[in-house]
Design a protein around this ligand. Structure first.
Ligand code: NA7
Length: 546
């Protein structure tokens, strides 16, 4: 049955609005998905829970929020005109600037007319007879579609730990991942912040400048590299813009999909083990440059524990140099390997602990007992505060998906299928859930790559697949069981060759109590892209098409 007839048929016997594709989420992924599908003549609409576009960048408005990938890279590359005309102002864009960019994109490409805001998708049921999805929102509105695209983001469902007495707290409480829209002024206030991940590390120095007193409750210290943020120099911007396609290709050729500012010389011998002195010099060069490409400092840093320890020791020494109180410096020094938890990027984080109004409370040995009306209680001692900030992160990669009750073939829910951990083929689709696509799902490079680039690669793969099916008169696609099994094994085998699974990170789901411990991102952007291309070129091997 051609999809034109299918559409008429479905519209004829149901009152639900139908589109060939229904996209959930209007962040980087949903916006490009809509634009691309339109361009390919596939009808699409987007449902978005927020009141505006932006996704992660709509919700994460905490003080100091900015991207840890450089602006010239953390942007779309699908339109040469767009990348030429947009002017980033800083090396790392702030949340407001990224949000302005996404608002600009949605206006420039006339996307808003197909996005329904303030609409939270509650459930999705696959109708096996019609090969279509029936989607219901929390307000009871229903939609149907042939393809359901979950563009719900990897870091969009906040992790709010349960602390006894939370509702008794008499002050104001905030979560970094769900920050109010109006600016919060902490001037003269006593503030407590729980958590020392990226969000805390970015916000602590900013809040410390306002607050009368800031207590930081740290369960696990994190490695952080100075951002070296600064206004972008016009000459650098022009240089990149003059060769944007090559610049992007450089990024795509790297393991993490991010341009390496210090690529190895063509004459370097990759087999030669660097001396300790050379390792030290290279790390220093990266440290001075700033940012997450520190992890490229020495080849093998993410696979060889001994090399990793040299880098870990390097950062610990830097912390000791920065922080004047040796006990505080010690408490701020992680004992894990560098990179196994997401490497943080900061501006003046460690030196903030030299301020008299900032106190670190080490809760690694004795956790928070409870929240009391006046503040936070640890080992019976109450740390009084007017404002309590939870910088406690996200139910990463699977949280937003498991919040929607997605029922596939035979009524199987996605939450049930993923009870022991997420299982996908290519991080794009999952067996038992036909015509369901996930943008940057678990099992794809996603959070261990330049997210925007990975989103574009997924959007293009998914939309090309829809076009292929439409042309071939196919109405249904689903991964085969064996292909998915092999993929899950492959993702884990790759991770097991590295230092990434060695600590309790959100890559593993270890930050959420009860979440199964499974390493979720795929390691290696270039080989991943090759595999996806090969699957598409071979008429979607590993998938069952009907
Ligand atoms: P993260 O990196 O998950 O950090 C969350 C922090 O909250 C981390 O320090 C946690 O300690 C801490 N946490 C979580 N639960 C608790 C409880 N119950 N008690 C005390 N402390 C707790 O989230 P972010 O928002 O900072 O960053 C997420 C990503 O966004 C980041 O990596 C960037 O890619 C952008 P733990 O380490 O679990 O001991």
């Amino acid at each position: 049955m051609s999809s034109v007839i299918e559409e008429k048929k479905i519209n004829a016997d149901t009152s639900q609005p139908f589109s060939e594709a229904l996209v959930v989420g209007a962040g980087f992924a949903g916006l490009y998905m809509l634009h691309r599908l339109r361009g390919l003549g596939i009808s699409a609409r987007v449902l978005e829970a927020g009141d505006g576009v932006g996704g992660t960048w709509y919700w994460n408005r905490y003080p100091g929020a900015r991207c840890d990938v450089e602006s010239m890279e953390y942007s779309y590359q699908f339109s040469e005109e767009l990348q030429q005309e947009w002017e980033w102002t800083e090396r790392y864009a702030t949340q407001p600037e990224i949000l302005r960019y996404l608002e600009h994109v949605s206006e420039r490409f006339d996307l808003l007319r197909d996005i329904q805001f303030n609409t939270r998708v509650q459930s999705a049921d696959f109708d096996q007879n019609e090969s279509k999805w029936c989607v219901e929102t929390s307000s009871g509105q229903t939609f149907s579609c042939q393809f359901l695209v979950m563009a719900t983001g990897c870091l969009s469902s906040v992790n709010t730990p349960h602390f006894e007495g939370m509702s008794d707290f008499s002050g104001s409480c905030y979560h970094t991942g769900h920050w109010p829209h109006e600016p919060i002024d902490f001037t003269g206030r006593r503030v407590a912040i729980i958590g020392t991940g990226s969000s805390a590390i970015q916000s602590i120095p900013v809040i410390a400048e306002q607050a009368k007193m800031l207590h930081v409750f740290q369960r696990t210290p994190n490695f952080s590299i100075p951002a070296g943020n600064r206004p972008l120099e016009e000459s650098y911007v022009q240089e990149v813009k003059s060769r944007y396609p090559e610049f992007r290709a450089e990024g795509r050729s790297q393991g993490f999909g991010i341009v390496d500012p210090f690529p190895p010389s063509a004459h370097a011998d990759p087999e030669r083990i660097p001396t300790r002195q050379e390792v030290e010099e290279s790390l220093q060069e990266r440290w001075d440059y700033g940012g997450i490409t520190f992890l490229n400092g020495v080849p093998g840093l993410t696979t060889d524990p001994a090399l990793n320890e040299l880098a870990a020791d390097f950062v610990r020494r830097k912390i000791r140099e920065e922080v004047s109180d040796p006990e505080v410096a010690d408490a701020l020094s992680p004992s894990t390997m560098v990179g196994c938890k997401r490497l943080c990027v900061d501006t003046n984080y460690f030196s903030t602990y030299n301020r008299s109004n900032v106190k670190l409370v080490d809760i690694s040995q004795s956790p928070i007992d409870k929240i009391v009306p006046e503040g936070v209680s640890v080992s019976g001692k109450v740390y009084a505060c007017d404002d309590l900030i939870l910088a406690t992160g996200f139910d990463a990669m699977t949280g937003a998906l498991s919040k929607v009750e997605i029922k596939g073939r035979e009524g199987l829910t996605l939450a049930d299928k993923w009870k022991e951990g997420p299982r996908t083929y290519l991080g794009l689709a999952t067996e038992g859930f036909p015509n369901l696509f996930i943008v940057t799902g678990p099992g794809s490079p996603s959070v261990l790559s330049n997210m925007v680039q990975s989103i574009e690669q997924h959007v293009e793969w998914i939309s090309d697949c829809m076009v292929y099916m439409k042309r071939a008169g196919l109405v249904r696609i689903e991964p085969k069981f064996d292909a998915e099994e092999e993929w899950v094994t492959h993702v884990n085998e790759l991770a097991d060759q590295t230092i990434f699974p060695t600590c309790n990170s959100w890559y593993l789901g270890a930050n959420v109590p009860g979440k199964p411990r499974v390493f979720m991102p795929y390691l290696g952007f270039p080989p991943y892209v090759e595999i996806c291309r090969d699957v598409a070129d071979s008429e979607y091997k590993g998938f069952q098409l009907a």
